[in-house]
Design a protein around this ligand. Sequence first.
Ligand code: HEM
Ligand SMILES: *[C@@H]1O[C@H](CO)[C@@H](O)[C@H](O)[C@H]1NC(C)=O
Length: 325
Amino acid sequence: MVISGGRTSISFAAVISCLLVAQASGLYVGFYAASCPNAESIILETLKPFLASDPTLGGPLLRISYHDCFVRGCDASLLLDSVNGNVAEKDAPGPNLNSVRGYEVYDGIKAALESSCPGVVSCADIVQIVSRDVTVLDGGPYWDVQTGRRDGLISIAAEAQANLVGPDSDYDTQKNAFANKGLSEKDLVVLTGAHTIGRSRCVSIEQRLYNFSGVQGQTDPSLDVSFARELKATCPSGSSNSLEMDGTQFKFDTRYFKRLQVHKGLFGSDASLITQPFPASVVEEETHKDSFYADFPESMLRLAALDVLTGSDGEIRKNCAFVNS
Ligand code: HEM
Ligand SMILES: *[C@@H]1O[C@H](CO)[C@@H](O)[C@H](O)[C@H]1NC(C)=O
């Protein structure tokens, strides 16, 4: 390459900055530009009919980024089925079993990709592109997803239970879980802003409503009193109902943060974000749409780069639910 003239030096600078980004995680925007140029449009067009027939899939499909990346990194280990007596992450009681869903969407997308570009696009990258797409389809911000992840070979339920903290967790428990992954307190607050979309099962607030701090019959006193009454009406003790996370389940917006400030956060973990000055200040900042829409993509990129497999590590699965034979 001959470097001469302003135009060429700009693209040279772009190449350098691209290499610098690649150095940090091994990922970069446009990994499939030559090997599967339509990968992202195939993913989006395959995703859309799933969401059209069940719009509530948006919540779980965004959440899966977090549940995948916090356990062995963003390697699609969450998508693997249990086999031969090994209980996989997706069957972990607590964080995943009977809670996370939408796996059929990745199977559909993978099948479409395999027919256009066999053996090229990883399930781990599909997970991250789908999360971005559901965010955008629900009215949230767009970001360029870095790609080049490869798929892991191992999935262990106990690791999901060890890395994903529960809805009754206090602030320090969540802060430490994120710090263990190299994510900041700001990342924690911003990323839990994902609770702006989706639904929860009543079982996730059972303790908070009826057995707070292990005291039978006690309700979390930090809950707004009339909101607690509403929640109990929707979720009688032992109920198998579900409810919207922030009251507008299909709308990615700042409502989640505004509700935290008036003690209408759904989980104890949500409510804990206003119990210390620093996270409370981030909550305040994120009630502004321009902040949240700028910060959420940045934190998602950090989440999506956790402990990734690249180069010749792992494999490109043919079917997202199984390692290649
Ligand atoms: C320490 C932090 C977090 C805790 C304790 C937590 C906990 C929970 C719980 C208990 C549910 C309801 C599950 C159910 O009842 O089936 C839920 C749902 C959800 N979470 Fe989180 N979460 C956390 C962080 C995150 C992050 C980082 C994201 C994404 C970036 C996320 C995205 C979601 C979404 C979108 C839903 C709705 C799922 C649906 O519609 O099925 N959460 N979370
Ligand atoms: C209430 O909480 C305590 C402590 O976490 C637990 O041992 C007990 O089983 C709970 N009771 C019910 C009915 O969930």
